[in-house]
Design a protein around this ligand. Structure first.
Ligand code: PMP
Length: 408
């Protein structure tokens, strides 16, 4: 090793050095040494129901490609055409040189799709939550969030100058308690439409009633609802018939919309304000042409092929029933996100690696991301999974669950 590098490492061993924590962080390495590390696994193919790892065929139940559009020839063709016309990047933010005609067209299309006055597109869904919440929640305001909301919402709140208050997961009595006690000028309630680990749906009608009673605005993060819930895939607000009542809906392109990026839709004056105050929009480059074109094509397909949503739900119903019949604990899931709760973190690591040996890719969520003793295998389904794929998944869960003593 280079002597300068050795010197650097030695320096870090000294107490109080900034890098000390890095050299002392051994947890992940211990799990790797046991051969149980389930993160950053390398895939050599597209996000389809079947993926390849080390040349081996695996059934993918760890993807958010709910409608199976990331490898659709029409979506790919649209992306290729956009690259040919506009190149590979925008080299600047929406605010300055980075707004293309296709960005504006996609905003109009998303606003129509979400049945809102206006929409604003960002380069990731994470940036939407950072930018929108921090732009809207000022120092005298209060932002009220569900405890199980996505990390990007929590970070958006941290970036705001307002007070942050949390309520128990999907617990409307607790939300009312928080609203009653909340001082401050403006109030914003932010909730996930579909919770990304639990797969349950927010009780939005009750949130709306409470928001009216306590004069609060509502923002729904519908990353996992769009393309999944509602008669025509417009998400949680359509599912409850509350599209006009909910103030702001955010979505991401990294799930049903087959790409990367995100948007917020709502009242045109609010969107106009966010456009001039969201730092993650103004100071970050705009979404690349290929992504924008892919989302536009995906939206067309969602409208033209409602049978995709039906197939997604057929697969979801089948797997929910299967896991329950096998005796697994799936919690309150009502959507294509079906967690299988296995208990301790180590059991979850073992479970995931054993599934991989059986030819199934599923994700792992351990504490502190989930409550202690509630580590889970997060499975999620696509419209394009066939019965044969799901048979393989069922057999693998049965075998691993029995061998780890979780089911009879
Ligand atoms: N919100 C939720 C609920 C999510 O699950 C995610 C992505 N995992 C995001 C926001 C962030 O979206 P993106 O991947 O586009 O950054």
């Amino acid at each position: 090793m280079d002597s300068r590098l050795v010197q650097n490492k030695q320096m870090a061993v000294k107490e109080g050095d900034l890098f000390e924590k890095c050299y002392k962080f051994t947890k992940a390495k211990e799990i790797m040494a046991l051969g149980l590390y389930p993160y950053f696994r390398t895939i050599e193919s597209a996000q389809d129901p079947v993926v390849y790892m080390n040349g081996r065929r695996m059934i993918m139940v760890g993807s958010n490609n709910y409608l199976g559009l990331t490898n659709d020839p029409r979506v790919k063709e649209a992306a290729i055409r956009a690259v040919e016309k506009y190149g590979t990047g925008c080299a600047g933010s929406r605010f300055l040189n980075g707004t293309l005609d296709i960005h504006v067209e996609l905003e109009e299309k998303l606003a129509r799709f979400m049945r809102k006055e206006a929409a604003l597109i960002f380069s990731t869904g994470f940036q939407v939550n950072l930018g929108v919440i921090s732009a809207l929640v000022g120092k005298d305001d209060v932002v009220i969030i569900d405890k199980m909301n996505h990390a990007s919402i929590i970070d958006g709140c941290r970036l705001s100058y307002g007070e942050i208050k949390k309520f128990r997961h999907n617990d409307m009595d607790d939300l009312e308690r928080v609203l009653r006690d909340a001082d401050g000028k403006g109030r914003l309630i932010v909730v996930d439409g579909v919770f990304s680990m639990e797969g349950d749906i927010i009780n939005l009608p009750a949130v709306y009633e409470l928001a009216r009673k306590y004069n609060a605005r509502i923002m729904v993060d519908d990353a996992h609802g769009i393309g999944v819930l509602g008669k025509t895939g417009r998400g949680t607000c359509e599912h409850y018939g509350l599209e006009q009542e909910i103030d702001l809906i955010m979505g991401t392109y990294s799930k049903s919309l087959a790409s990367i990026g995100g948007f917020v839709a709502g009242d045109k004056d609010v969107i106009h304000y966010v456009k001039h105050f969201a730092r993650s929009l103004i100071f970050s480059a705009s979404p690349p042409p290929a992504s924008v074109a892919a989302v536009s094509a995906a939206l067309d397909i969602i409208e033209q092929e409602p049978e995709r949503i039906e197939r997604l739900w057929k697969n979801t119903r089948r797997m929910l029933k299967t896991f329950k019949e096998l005796g697994f604990e799936v919690g309150p899931s009502q959507t294509p996100i079906i967690p299988v709760i296995v208990g301790e973190n180590e059991t979850a690591f073992k479970f995931a690696i054993m599934l991989q040996q059986e030819g199934v890719f599923a994700n792992v969520a351990v504490s502190p991301a989930v409550p202690n003793g509630k580590a889970l295998i997060r499975t999620s389904y696509m419209a394009t999974h066939t019965d044969e794929h799901l048979d393989i998944v069922t057999e693998a869960f049965k075998k691993v669950g029995r061998s780890l003593g979780l089911i009879g």
